[in-house]
Design a protein around this ligand. Structure first.
Ligand SMILES: Nc1ncnc2c1ncn2[C@@H]1O[C@H](COP(=O)(O)OP(=O)(O)OP(=O)(O)O)[C@@H](O)[C@H]1O
Ligand SMILES: [Mg+2]
Length: 226
């Protein structure tokens, strides 16, 4: 069976929720960024605007993103975030969260900012989507927040060894399910479309939005990250 995003339990839950954190994890180039846009394109977040953190506005304007997409900076002081975001009207995307939330520098201003953001999420009607290659790179506070939805893309075995203990099992299960779907539907569904949601325990086919361009995979190309 091929379950499209809009037929998933994940979609149902997000559609009826008013806040939450969605984490998309998996090895590089396995479709995390594409999955984020596919999920948004499915209407799971209704007609919210999309705020892409640390993307450049020029990049957004140079590509065929929908009109409700915009670039937002990461504020120096997270308390200012509500001046940049409109909680009940936005979905915030932190693509490649390692740039702002490395676990290894948990004392940094940005990481503390992300922790505060988690509090803001639970007190406001805000959705945040994070992508990351390995959850060991994310600060633990991200998982202590309630209403976390995990979407696993394929992860290579070496990377699974680096995973947090709590994630090793669900990622291993995810890989097994994903690989079976890739095999069963090879030539029918693109192998990178599959994602396993360990929160709702289902395999979903995330198809590319009609407006997708391959260049959207590399939003930070040529940018110097601080
Ligand atoms: N559902 C899909 N259908 C067809 N092609 C896809 C799909 N998802 C991803 N791809 C292809 O794979 C490429 C890489 O996807 P994507 O940029 O989303 O990966 P990523 O996991 O975000 O990589 P990185 O970790 O480098 O940011 C895309 O440019 C696209 O060509
Ligand atoms: Mg990406």
């Amino acid at each position: 069976m091929i379950k499209a995003v809009h037929n998933s339990e994940l979609w149902q839950r997000l559609h009826s929720a008013d806040h939450g954190v969605i984490i998309v994890v998996g090895t590089g180039q396995w479709g995390k960024t594409a999955t984020v846009h596919s999920l948004i394109d499915s209407g799971a977040f209704r007609d919210r605007n999309v705020a892409l953190v640390k993307y450049s506005q020029e990049f957004i304007e140079a590509h065929s993103y929908p009109d409700n997409y915009r670039a937002v900076p990461w504020p120096d002081d997270i308390s200012d975030i509500l001046g940049i975001l409109h909680p009940s009207r936005d979905v915030v995307v932190v693509d490649d969260s390692i740039f702002i939330a490395g676990a290894r520098d948990s004392g940094t201003r940005e990481n503390k900012g992300l922790q505060k953001l988690m509090t803001i999420i639970s007190h406001n009607e805000l959705f945040v989507i994070l992508t990351i290659q390995n959850t060991s790179m994310l600060d633990i506070s991200m998982f202590q927040s309630q209403d976390v939805y995990m979407i696993h893309k394929n992860m290579d075995v070496v990377a699974i060894e680096q995973e947090r203990n709590a994630q090793k099992i669900s990622q291993t299960i995810a890989n097994l399910y994903l690989q079976k779907k890739m095999k069963d539907y090879s030539g029918i569904v693109h192998p990178k479309a599959w994602g396993y949601c360990s929160t709702t325990r289902e395999i979903i086919a995330f198809k590319l939005p009609s407006w997708w361009q391959p260049a959207m995979s590399k939003p930070f190309k040529g940018m110097v990250m601080h």
